[in-house]
Design a protein around this ligand. Structure first.
Ligand code: SF4
Length: 64
């Protein structure tokens, strides 16, 4: 089963930490806002959980 990352846009402050922690799934747009480019596979699950926990705005959620 794969999961995905959802972003709470009003909460996000475009700090880009999520991209540093999970570059396989999260890219950044030109303003530094995250762009989810892929799904969270089983191999990426622990990195995805770490990115969700690390977001200073609590703007990320792992779904699925
Ligand atoms: S770590 Fe959180 S606040 Fe920073 S860009 Fe990612 S979602 Fe937005």
């Amino acid at each position: 089963m794969t999961s995905t990352i959802r972003v709470d846009w009003p909460a996000c402050r475009a700090r880009g930490l999520c991209h540093e922690l999970l570059p396989e799934v999260i890219d950044l747009d030109e303003w530094g806002y995250p762009v989810v480019t892929g799904t969270v596979t089983a191999e990426l699950l622990s990195d995805a959980r770490a990115a969700v926990r690390a977001c200073p705005q609590l703007a990320l959620r792992l779904v699925g």
